[in-house]
Ligand binder design. Structure first.
Ligand SMILES: *[C@@H]1O[C@H](CO)[C@@H](O)[C@H](O)[C@H]1NC(C)=O
Length: 457
């Protein structure tokens, strides 16, 4: 073998080395394509400080999902019971919330987008999202709200949707995404619960016909290892059933027919490993419904990134909010020892975290709500096998009057339990009123006696 032979050997080794390197970097890249951490959140006031982005960046999600109230675009007027413009009470004559001009909406979206923390997240994380009422443009608004066409454009600009995207031409911002390599795909379906929604308490539609047809196609489309359905409003918890008539919040529960249709669609699609994520309510919780698909349907609610129910009162009174939270009965909430508070709700700023361990056998899934330091405040961990039809057998007939946790709706609770929050509240008000009357009466008596005495003196 002469020198030329060595030369060829040398080249041969180089080429084999290069091929191996490229192939392994290819498989390396494929590994990287696996999505194993997704964060989500809602209810972020662009004018509030937003320290939570640091915790989200530290969690290092590959995808971040906005679930609505990504900005507060409308204006809230103060509570006014008396005077010319009354925003609450039975004699209310002025709306509590008013929409803003397009220019003002644009400014607010810009402020949210250029927040330094969020800007850092955007640099390395895929951002997707939908909207809720306040970024749609008006509190609790539905299909009747006329600025929706203009605001859809603004939301999609905020999310950096390409100019030629079909999402810019459709009525509403619903969309679906698939991440990850074959066999380990995560499908994310984002619903629009605003654009086509009938008035509250109409028991009409939330999604509208077009979106229903689209959703049916999405659910019956190619299989995925995990399917996440993002809804701005809660799907499983029906809070207003137990906080009414004091407080009523929006949820799929307020549209029972529409909610049943959603469950049936998922069941009929035979799609396993489906769960919901939601926002809107200014606290975090995990709820679970066992009687729809043959496996537990989870709904992880994270709300909000800046807005939270505890902020409504000064810090020394936060314990009252927690006490009230522990009074709200729930048939769906997931309760466990690891929750930060005994109610297993969390009324301080939080974000949602979805973590998949693809290397575990079987594959495991962690669904959590995390606080401003990235610590878990409520969470569940399961194997993907537990989210397959047949993993529970609760779909069998339930006798009327029977109570099953994670199955019986809140409205079937005995009324003393169902309305205990209202009962405690009105009792407290009654006691206060009574005390006030007694006190006033006593004061009048004393002062009269004194006046009489004073006259004679
Ligand atoms: C949710 O609560 C509301 C208010 O009480 C009630 O009208 C509705 O039927 C409930 N929905 C479900 C699914 O139980």
């Amino acid at each position: 073998m002469g020198n030329g032979g060595w030369w060829w050997w040398w080249w041969g080794l180089m080429i084999i080395g290069a091929v191996v390197a490229v192939a392994s970097s290819g498989s390396q890249r494929k590994e990287d394509l696996r999505v194993s951490r997704i964060a989500f959140g809602s209810c972020s006031d662009q004018s509030d400080p937003q320290p939570i982005w640091d915790a989200i960046i530290k969690y290092d999600p590959q995808v971040f999902i906005w679930l609505g109230d990504n900005i507060y675009g409308d204006n809230k007027r103060p509570f006014k019971l008396f005077g010319k413009e009354r925003t609450i009470g039975p004699w209310k004559n002025a709306p509590r919330f008013v929409p803003n001009s397009r220019q003002e909406m644009e400014l607010r979206f810009k402020k949210a987008k250029t927040n330094p923390g969020y800007s850092r997240l955007r640099e390395k994380t895929k951002i997707i999202g939908t909207w809720d009422d306040h970024d749609y443009g008006l509190n609790d608004a539905g299909k009747e709200f006329s600025a929706k066409i203009s605001n859809q454009e603004l939301l999609l600009d905020f999310l950096e949707e390409p100019q030629d995207s079909p999402r810019r031409k459709q009525a509403g911002v619903y969309a679906s995404y698939t991440f990850g390599p074959l066999g380990r795909q995560i499908k994310v379906i984002l619903l629009d619960t605003r654009y086509h929604r009938d008035p509250l308490s109409s028991d009409g539609t939330i999604l509208g016909n077009l979106q229903w047809t689209w959703l049916e196609k999405e659910l019956n489309g190619p299989a995925s290892a995990i399917t996440i359905i993002g809804s701005s409003i809660q799907v499983i918890s029906n809070l207003s059933a137990t906080t009414g008539p004091l407080i009523s919040s929006e949820s799929w529960g307020r549209f029972p027919k529409e909610r049943d249709r959603l469950f049936k669609l998922i069941a009929d699609s035979k799609r396993d490993q489906v769960f919901f994520i939601s926002g809107d309510v200014h606290f975090g919780e995990i709820a679970r419904y066992d009687c729809a698909t043959g496996y537990p349907l989870y709904d992880i609610t994270s709300s909000g990134l800046t807005k939270s129910i505890e902020e409504a009162v000064p810090p020394p009174f936060h314990f009252i909010v927690r006490f009230v939270a522990s009074l709200t009965p729930t048939t769906m909430r997931v309760m466990n020892q690891n929750c930060r508070f005994s109610s297993c709700t969390y009324g301080q700023p939080n974000f949602g975290a979805i973590e998949i361990d693809w290397d575990a056998t079987p594959v495991t899934l962690k669904l959590e709500v995390k606080d401003i330091n990235g610590l878990t405040v409520t969470g569940v961990k399961m194997s993907l096998l537990e989210l397959q039809a047949g993993s529970i057998n609760n779909v069998v007939t339930m006798k009327t009057g029977e109570y099953w946790r994670h199955c019986s709706p809140e409205v079937t609770l005995p009324w003393l339990v169902r309305y205990r929050l209202a009962i405690v509240f009105y009792s407290a008000v009654a006691i206060l009123l009574l005390a006030l009357i007694v006190f006033t009466y006593a004061a009048v008596l004393i002062s009269r006696r004194c006046l009489g005495k004073c006259k004679f003196d």
